[in-house]
Design a protein around this ligand. Structure first.
Ligand code: SF4
Length: 226
């Protein structure tokens, strides 16, 4: 089985993937930091509340009292004051490094852009890849922890080392098979994420239900290795 076949089977099983909620660079950064360890629906709700009560431009974030931002995003999981501080730090970086307009930097040379994006809280290589993919700036496959786990279990890359090493090894292994068009990359990201959050969960994968089980080298033993 090839990567595209896995994705096609996931699409057949789960149906059309969810559309990303935000697709502009600055909004992706804010959306990543607005909540922590909550499901997509809750994150969407908190995002909508922030948009309505405070606004989501760097200037609006900086103008709002930190306690107000923390109260508005309180439903987004643990440590709302800490998350509010991250939003504020992100806004400062947006103003200082990007003159208040992160999206205007998408035409920068890729290396410089990546370096700039990774200055933001919560944005490492996976986050930078997500921004590049969702803004259709570079045809990369962003993987969150769920999608990464699925691909490791399917035999891409190596689970040796920490998260960064695993991410890099999967990216290297998957590169020759990646589609070039953005719609396919975004759909793959969403479907792998959905699979990793449901059937291919970290501690209790339901391999007997999985549409990929026939071709998966980890079928039936992934929970033991998790
Ligand atoms: S067979 Fe099991 S380990 Fe393999 S992808 Fe499916 S759920 Fe994950």
């Amino acid at each position: 089985m090839k990567f595209k076949d896995y994705i096609q089977r996931l699409r057949t099983y789960y149906g059309p993937p969810r559309k990303p909620r935000v697709t502009r660079a600055w909004e992706i950064i804010l959306y990543e930091n607005v909540a922590y360890l909550v499901d997509d629906q809750r994150r969407d709700e908190v995002w909508a509340e922030l948009k309505k009560a405070v606004g989501v431009t760097p200037r609006k974030i900086l103008e709002a009292p930190p306690a107000k931002v923390a109260a508005v995003i309180a439903r987004g999981g643990m440590q709302p004051a800490h998350r509010a501080d991250k939003l504020r730090r992100a806004a400062v970086i947006a103003m200082d490094t990007f003159d208040g307009d992160v999206d205007s930097a998408l035409g920068w040379p890729l290396k410089t852009l990546r370096r700039g994006l990774k200055k933001f809280p919560g944005i490492g290589d996976p986050g930078a890849d997500k921004i590049l993919m969702l803004t259709r700036t570079a045809p990369v496959l962003s993987l969150d922890s769920s999608g990464l786990r699925v691909l490791l279990r399917l035999g891409y890359g190596s689970s040796e080392g920490g998260y960064a090493a695993q991410y890099a090894s999967v990216q290297e292994a998957i590169a020759p098979e990646l589609p070039k068009d953005y719609d396919a990359l975004i759909a793959a990201h969403q479907l792998l994420r959905q699979h990793g959050q449901t059937l291919c969960s970290r501690n209790a994968p339901e391999c007997e239900q999985c549409p990929l089980a026939r071709w998966c080298p980890s079928a039936g033993r992934a929970a033991v290795e998790a």
